[in-house]
Design a protein. Structure first.
Length: 318
């Protein structure tokens, strides 16, 4: 069987200077490639055209339209969608690979156009939903609260949150149009199922859980030793609707009641807009409220943080 993936990540493609992303997608690739009767093709956006074949897996990188800093500034200035894919590029890959099934990972990119244009059986995995996010985008940090921490250079180079939100809404509209034609969707949660009843009413829904990277199955949490401080940990994105300010607010309240704790935040940098806005809104610094901003961690470092913690806290406005 020949399966063609279209994804936001290059998965296990042999690229130079590779960024660690999409761990569950690469884990799924590892699981599928164990089956000799499966030929896998993976399509992703890249700064240049790319092709490589490793075993039974073919990797296709499609060159981004805005693959330089000046081009990206122009794209943002005119509020163009950054990931538009030429239909001919996709058709060329499909013609070469000849898939029996097309699997689109996520509805937030332009690959979802294939749901409306190809006769080959296709399925799309739900990785989030931009249509819903547009309604909660400024739910934690308002436009007014964000304004003081937006830098002049963000306005000059059109990387400010207001420009990004305008582009985000365009992506949501594209997502909404594509899902109307979906015949098969894969989700994990009741939330996925419920929103697909509205956005993809013609589609058959399938439950498909995700595979973690192998390291996560090798360890078992067992925090038996008592420590002086109660250790919390959260893994959160830097998007303003993810709820970082809620974590900082909770930490501030814990500090006020003299609770001995330490809260480690993974996935956020101190230079991120969400962090800068949250500390200004609450008039605190991370050190004042026992918050450690750890940034991006690889799998092993993340596992160690989880094992050393007493409690995992998941936060989101969605």
């Amino acid at each position: 069987m020949r399966i063609l993936w279209l994804a936001n990540t290059s998965s296990n493609a042999p690229l130079d200077n590779k960024t660690v992303r999409g761990g569950w997608i690469s884990s799924l690739e590892n699981a599928l490639t164990k089956h000799r009767n499966i030929e896998l093709g993976i399509v992703f956006m890249y700064h240049k055209t790319f092709f490589s074949k490793v075993g039974n897996t073919s990797y296709y990188g499609i060159q981004e339209n805005f693959n330089t800093k000046p081009r990206r500034v122009v794209q943002r200035y005119f509020k163009l969608l950054p990931d538009n894919v030429k239909e001919d590029d996709l058709k060329s890959i499909i013609k070469k690979f000849k898939p029996d099934l097309i699997h689109i990972h996520g509805t937030e990119n332009d690959f979802c156009q294939l749901l409306t244009k190809e006769n080959i059986p296709s399925v799309v995995s739900i990785q989030g939903n931009m249509t819903v996010y547009t309604h909660k985008y400024f739910s934690g940090l308002s436009k007014l609260e964000l304004k003081p921490v937006i830098r002049i250079k963000d306005y000059v180079f059109k990387s400010d949150i207001y420009t990004r939100f305008s582009i985000f809404k365009k992506k949501a509209k594209r997502e909404e149009n594509c899902l109307k034609s979906a015949k098969h969707v894969i989700g994990r949660t009741d939330w996925d199922r419920n929103i697909m009843r509205i956005l993809a009413p013609k589609a058959k829904y399938y439950l498909g859980n995700e595979i973690l990277r192998p390291q996560f199955y090798d360890k078992v949490w067992s925090k038996k030793q008592k420590s002086e401080k109660f250790i919390l940990v959260s893994v959160i994105g830097s998007n303003i609707f993810k709820g970082l300010e809620t974590i900082l607010h909770a930490a501030k309240l814990l500090k006020q009641v003299n609770f001995e704790f330490e809260w480690n935040i993974i996935g956020v940098q101190k230079n991120d807009l969400s962090y800068r806005a949250a500390i200004k809104l609450l008039d605190v610094s991370s050190n004042d409220i026992n918050i450690n901003i750890l940034g991006q961690l690889d799998a092993d470092a993340l596992i160690n943080q989880l094992l050393e913690s007493n409690l995992y806290v998941s936060v989101s406005h969605i």
